[in-house]
Design a protein around this ligand. Structure first.
Ligand code: IPE
Ligand code: IPE
Ligand code: MG
Length: 258
């Protein structure tokens, strides 16, 4: 995806000028997005909440393409949390149907573009047919080495850590043999670098159980725009905010040591 020249209206001279303003090291390798505000977007238009979720789903491709054009290699999208099961049943099943549609409509094209799809979260509680289509889209794209798109669906950071600890205990790992690297190997994100930038739409300033382990040193960026309104200009603003951050990872920045 990242090498293809997008045919959309937004590509062209202006997009190229904008991308040229970012040196490669100023671009986050991994962006993770808490796609919030679909309900508010719909309510503001007098529409049912599911119309907001549908609009949000349609926003995934253009935003992924924009980040890929700027050199982001991994994009993780929080689509359904372990707490979202508490929503009304028709909203939950509507979200399952939307994911199934997206997989059916988009997997082949993403595969052609060299995108690797990953799923983060529990599979075992999802309907059988959805489990099968998630597994087949992940299997179809597993050898692609282009852009990586991870969908966090029935994902919770606490549950992820709990499942990892359970597997480690079941494998008989001795307490002294357990370290951060070994625990990381049992997380859904194994092989994916930690997120550099966590974006949240719709204004709330919380993680809502997203990437608790992996986000230890992520930069945060919150916009008031609801997810269906998070367009190319919004994505570029998030990248610009990231470019202005100074990350010291608990140390002292080099130009600050004397
Ligand atoms: C985010 O939008 C999508 C999911 C959590 C599934 P919301 O549905 O949470 O939208 P708001 O927060 O009610 O506006
Ligand atoms: C977080 O949004 C989960 C997803 C975006 C999938 P929520 O809307 O569920 O989070 P809270 O309830 O505002 O914390
Ligand atoms: Mg919400």
């Amino acid at each position: 995806m990242q090498r293809r020249r997008a045919p959309d209206a937004y590509a062209g001279a202006e997009a190229e000028r904008s991308q040229a303003r970012f040196a490669p090291e100023e671009v986050p390798t991994h962006v993770a997005i808490i796609m919030d505000g679909n309900g508010r977007w719909a309510e503001g238009r007098g529409l049912p909440r599911l119309a907001g979720h549908r609009a949000g789903t349609e926003n995934i491709r253009p935003v992924a393409r924009c980040f890929a054009e700027y050199g982001v290699k991994h994009l993780t999208l929080f689509a359904f949390s372990t707490e979202n099961w508490t929503r009304p049943e028709d909203e939950v099943t509507g979200l399952f149907d939307l994911l199934a549609d997206v997989i059916e409509i988009q997997t082949r094209e993403l595969h052609r573009e060299g995108v690797r799809l990953r799923h983060l979260g529990r599979l075992d509680r999802l309907p059988d047919s959805l489990q099968a289509s998630i597994e087949s889209s992940v299997a179809m794209t597993k050898d692609n080495d282009g852009f990586e798109l991870s969908i966090a669906f029935d994902y919770g950071g606490r549950d992820e850590i709990l499942q990892a600890v359970r597997r480690l205990l079941a494998a008989g790992v001795a307490p002294d043999d357990l370290d951060e690297a070994k625990l990381s190997q049992h997380l859904y994100t194994y092989g994916v670098p930690d997120p550099d930038l966590i974006v949240r739409t719709a204004g709330e300033m919380r993680l809502s159980n997203f990437l608790l382990w992996q986000g230890a040193y992520a930069e945060h960026y919150v916009t008031n725009a609801c997810w269906p309104d998070f367009d190319r200009a919004e994505a570029i603003r998030a990248l610009e905010a990231y470019r202005g951050r100074r990350r010291s990872f608990g140390g002292v920045l080099r130009d600050n040591t004397d």
